[in-house]
Ligand binder design. Structure first.
Ligand SMILES: [Ca+2]
Length: 377
C-alpha cells in the first residue's frame, strides 16, 4: 500500500492574485569593471506604468523564437487616448554619465503580436528606446538642460519595415536609423545616431543623464530635468508622449493597443559589450487537484502559474504522455518527453496547464517530473 504525499490545500481564490512585475534579467557577458556595471544582474531596473491605465498583463514566456534565453519581456498597452497616456518604461541608470561618444554598440530586438491602429497614417509602434541626455559642454561650460531622444524602429509613422509577429533586431547606431528629439519645437528634431551625438554642445560632450520621475507632459523641473515614468536615462518604452500634439497630431494612435515583446538589449561602451537577456517573471507553482483543473479561474491562472499534480499513473505510452489519477474524480494528462513511469507509479508532475483539454493537460519537461513511488508488485 502506498500513501500519496498529501498535497497542501490549495485555495482557488489564491490564484486570482496579480502577476508579479518582477523581471528576471541576465547579463550574458562579463560586465566591464570600468563603469562599475553590476554582474550578473541589472540591479537598477525600474518598471512603471501610468497609474490609471492597465499596462502590464501577464508576462508570457511564450514569445516564439526569442533571440536570447527562453522568453522575452511582454509589453502591452491597452486603449488610451487622453493624457497622461498609457506607457510602460523599463530602464536603467547604470549608464548615466556616460558620453554618447563612448557608446560603440546599441541594439535590441522587438516582436509585435498585434496593434489596434493599423490603418491610419500613424500606426502602432514597436517598443522604442529612449535616451535622456544633457546638452553637452560649450566652451568648458556644462549645459544641464536635459534632452529626450527616441529611437523609433518603425520610423516616424510606424510603417517602416513594420513586420508583425516577427522578431526584428535593431541597430540604433545604423546610418539609416531614425532618432527623434522629443519635447522640442525645433525644426532640427530628427536624424541618425551621428546626428544625435552632435545635436548639442561641443563635439562628443553630450552625456546620458538621469531624469526625474514623471510623465512626458510634465515641464522641466528646477534642475532642468525632464521626467519619465521610470526616472531612467536608458529606457525601453512603449507608448507615445501624449495624446495629441501639434507636430504629431493624433499621437495616441501609436500607443494604442500594442501587444509586443522585447529582448536582447546590447550596449557596448568603448567596445565592451553587455547583453541583457530579458526573461518573463518566474512563474510560481501551485499544487492543484484534477477536479480543480477545469475551474473557471484557471482560464486566467494558467498564464500566471505553473501547476503541480500528484497522482498515480493509470495510462501511458511510455514516451510522450502519461495520465495521472489523484482520486479527485478527474484525471490529468501530462505531456512529457524523455520521462518514463510505469502504470501504478506515483508521480509528481509540474507544468503549464491547458484547462480546455479533456482531460485537462499539463505540458511538462523531464526535469519537472518526479517519481515518488514505484509500482507495488
Ligand atoms: Ca530573453
Amino acid at each position: 500500500m502506498v500513501t500519496l504525499p498529501p498535497p497542501p490545500p490549495m485555495g482557488i481564490e489564491r490564484l486570482a492574485k496579480a502577476c508579479s512585475l518582477r523581471v528576471r534579467l541576465k547579463s550574458q557577458s562579463p560586465s566591464p569593471g570600468r563603469f562599475g556595471l553590476p554582474a550578473p544582474t541589472l540591479s537598477i531596473l525600474i518598471i512603471w506604468t501610468v497609474p490609471h491605465s492597465i499596462s502590464i498583463v501577464a508576462s508570457s514566456p511564450f514569445a516564439p523564437g526569442a533571440p536570447a534565453g527562453d522568453g522575452a519581456y511582454h509589453m502591452q498597452v491597452f486603449y488610451s487616448d487622453t493624457d497622461p497616456i498609457s506607457k510602460i518604461y523599463l530602464g536603467t541608470n547604470d549608464y548615466s554619465g556616460i558620453p554618447l561618444s563612448s557608446i560603440t554598440s546599441l541594439k535590441y530586438s522587438t516582436y509585435v503580436q498585434y496593434r489596434v491602429i493599423d490603418e491610419f497614417d500613424r500606426k502602432g509602434h514597436a517598443p522604442m528606446i529612449e535616451l535622456v541626455t544633457d546638452s553637452g559642454i560649450v566652451a568648458d561650460v556644462h549645459k544641464p538642460q536635459q534632452r529626450v531622444f527616441w529611437f523609433r524602429p518603425w520610423g516616424v509613422l510606424g510603417s517602416t519595415n513594420d513586420l508583425m509577429r516577427t522578431w526584428q533586431e535593431w541597430d540604433l547606431l545604423a546610418s539609416d536609423g531614425y532618432w527623434g528629439m522629443m519635447q522640442t519645437g525645433s525644426t532640427n528634431y530628427y536624424g541618425n545616431w551621428d546626428w544625435v551625438k552632435a545635436r548639442y554642445g561641443d563635439a562628443g560632450t553630450m552625456k546620458l543623464q538621469t531624469p526625474a520621475v514623471g510623465d512626458y507632459v510634465d515641464p522641466y523641473n528646477a534642475l532642468l530635468q525632464v521626467g519619465n515614468q521610470s526616472g531612467t536615462s536608458l529606457s525601453i518604452k512603449i507608448g507615445s508622449g501624449k495624446a495629441v500634439e501639434s507636430r504629431y497630431g493624433a499621437w495616441w494612435h501609436e500607443s494604442c493597443g500594442i501587444n509586443a515583446y522585447v529582448d536582447k538589449l546590447t550596449i557596448g561602451i568603448n567596445g565592451v559589450e553587455t547583453t541583457y537577456d530579458l526573461e518573463p517573471p518566474l512563474m510560481p507553482t501551485v499544487i492543484v487537484r484534477g477536479s480543480s483543473a477545469t475551474h473557471a479561474i484557471m482560464e486566467q491562472a494558467k498564464a500566471l502559474f505553473k501547476f503541480s499534480v500528484y497522482g498515480e499513473v493509470v495510462d501511458t505510452d511510455y514516451y510522450s504522455y502519461l495520465t495521472l489519477d489523484d482520486k479527485s474524480g478527474r484525471t490529468v494528462k501530462v505531456v512529457v518527453e524523455n520521462f518514463v513511469a510505469a502504470p501504478g507509479a506515483f508521480v509528481k508532475a509540474t507544468g503549464l496547464l491547458n484547462n480546455q483539454a479533456d482531460p485537462p493537460t499539463l505540458t511538462s519537461t523531464a526535469d519537472q517530473m518526479e517519481v515518488l513511488a514505484e509500482p507495488q508488485l
